[in-house]
Design a protein around this ligand. Structure first.
Ligand SMILES: [Zn+2]
Length: 265
């Protein structure tokens, strides 16, 4: 999403921010706060975890979180009706352009980060940028399951249910294992696996940002997600589905050894 939007938004000047009727909760902050951003130029687009970050010349950042069903759409003003069926927050820019949070289910959010703040609130390091030692420290600090830890955006940002399962299968780790039970070598394996699935998703046109959305091309490359009852691509054992951390989780019982007792070691 970032790669598609960046060239269309960079250098554009913000005119005004509008919110659709009934969607006030999606645009966080009072009207005055948004009016103050008028005439500022968009200098850069970044991604952090699942957030899309629009950096403004004045130092403020507009952060867009599409949640489950949202998407940031950039279009010409007269294309709005065809480009976005559920426009919730509309940022009008110069050159007759709009940046729109299109979101049928209204879970998405558009917030302002204060000047000088570069990352969204309650968000850990981005999963693609996190160092091996930082990942080890984050996991080592929680006795929760690996799956719960990976899905916790405050711990490490950008991993959704699909990518968590894929990375755990790739690194042969059971999702129910305690996060603080990993050896140093296992943390390295997991970090490599996370990078591989996230970069693979981006390269195939992207489940990277909205990880709840499985793009057509990436779906065919998934090893475990949605493949319960089918043979493991590595060893042929039938994959099984269960709930871990309250989320549907698919594992290969042969490749990903079950933790001994609840919570492993
Ligand atoms: Zn297997």
């Amino acid at each position: 999403m970032r790669r598609q939007c960046a060239p269309l938004l960079k250098g554009r000047r913000l005119d005004r921010v509008m919110v659709a009727k009934g969607s006030a909760a999606q645009l966080v902050g009072g009207c005055a706060k948004w009016t103050a951003l008028r005439d500022q130029r968009l200098t850069r687009l970044d991604r952090h975890g699942k957030w899309l970050l629009l950096r403004l010349h004045g130092g403020t950042t507009i952060a867009v979180h599409p949640r489950m069903s949202g998407r940031l759409v950039v279009c010409a003003a007269n294309e709005l009706a065809t480009a976005a069926a559920h426009p919730r927050v509309v940022m009008r820019l110069d050159a007759d352009r709009l940046a729109v949070l299109n979101d049928p289910r209204r879970f998405g959010r558009v917030i302002q980060l204060p000047r000088g703040t570069s990352t969204p609130p309650r968000t850990g390091p981005d999963a693609l940028c996190i160092s091996r030692s930082a990942l080890g420290e984050s996991l080592g600090a929680t006795s929760r399951s690996l799956k719960a830890a990976l899905l916790d955006q405050a711990l490490v940002a950008g991993i959704g249910n699909i990518y968590a399962d894929e990375a755990l299968w790739l690194s042969r780790l059971h999702p129910g294992r305690r996060a603080d039970s990993l050896s140093s070598a296992e943390v390295t394996e997991l970090r490599t696996a996370l990078r591989r699935v996230l970069l693979g998703g981006i390269a195939r046109g992207g489940t990277s940002f909205d990880s709840g959305y499985v793009g057509g091309r990436n779906q065919r490359h998934l090893a475990v997600y949605g493949r319960s009852g089918l043979p493991c691509r590595r060893c042929g054992t039938m994959l099984s589905e269960s709930k871990v951390a309250g989320r549907t989780t698919v594992v290969c019982a042969a490749c990903q050894k079950t933790p001994r007792g609840r919570g492993g070691r």
